[in-house]
Ligand binder design. Sequence first.
Ligand code: ATP
Length: 350
Amino acid sequence: MSEVTLSGIKKSFGPNLIVKGVDLQVGQGEFLVMVGPSGCGKTTLLRLIAGLEQVDSGEVRIGGARVNDVPPRDRDVAMVFQSYALYPHMTVRENLAFGLTLRKFPPAEIASRVAEVATMLELGHLLERKPKALSGGQRQRVAMGRAIVRRPKVFLFDEPLSNLDTALRVQMRGELARLHRRLGATMIYVTHDQVEAMTLATRVAVFNAGVLQQVGPPLELYNRPANRFVAGFLGSPAMNFLEARREGANLVGKGFTLLSPSDLAPGATNLLVGLRPQDLRVAALGPLTGTVDAVERLGFDGYAFVSTEAGLVAARFDKGSQVSVGDRVSLSPVADALHVFTEDGSVALR
Ligand code: ATP
């Protein structure tokens, strides 16, 4: 078994508490993707799992066993970095074999594992080259191959695709997904790329300032964010937030009145309404009005950024719509699309 369990993990660097008590269980064979703003502690968490850093308090378990005091080389995890970290003076074959040679595997076993991985990652024709004679995508495949030959219990990936151009990223994303299906290994993956998170993850974990905000299947987080932070972090353009108060069956804000969703629990008067730009249409009639500030045309459709009394609001328009900067427009929410949060954004009420 190779599940990873983090319980009450805390980690400081000097006076700064960076990881603030994280509890997270990653199941056997899961592909867990960690996202969050720069500096929120994602890489630190990977390094704590790998044993490259020591926890201040809490417990790291791999495959059920406590590994707090187990050195990195005995944790049976492999980490793949953004920077590839290949040995420049070794050939691809030697780079792939290195971890096994170090662990004194028999030469025949090393040769067969290297051959297997070279086939899996289409590196067969590159085995005698040095890293400097490889493209970025090929180097990244070698870095992954070096992890795979070890057949570790757990793979840790730290933004492995971020140095690749867009086309290669898309290709490598597909290869990673196939690799995960084929190996059935537990994978924990840090990225800044929302598309990677949404497409690769069995579950996504969203962090902010060293605190786990929410963890769940990608669409669940997108459709049912637990708080304003998660709602605003996932999705592009970001969700619109509008201050509003309850007035009878309505939610009323500056210059707009929206029908309150029937399943909104009673409670506080002052609220925050969340509307994804994709759920808000530029229309002939709608409860929000304003002046178009900017337009982004994406081909099939586009987004208008509209200055309203309640603030700048992003809304989608269809290819056929004529929308220009300076137009007075109305905005109409798609039925049932309203998110509602407490005034401070800490809890989603709907
Ligand atoms: P990014 O997305 O930018 O890679 P991250 O979420 O991975 O960020 P970490 O790399 O985990 O963030 O860093 C979290 C914080 O801890 C940062 O403020 C960083 O400067 C600090 N930090 C990380 N490692 C050390 C260290 N060895 N000594 C001191 N501070 C550190």
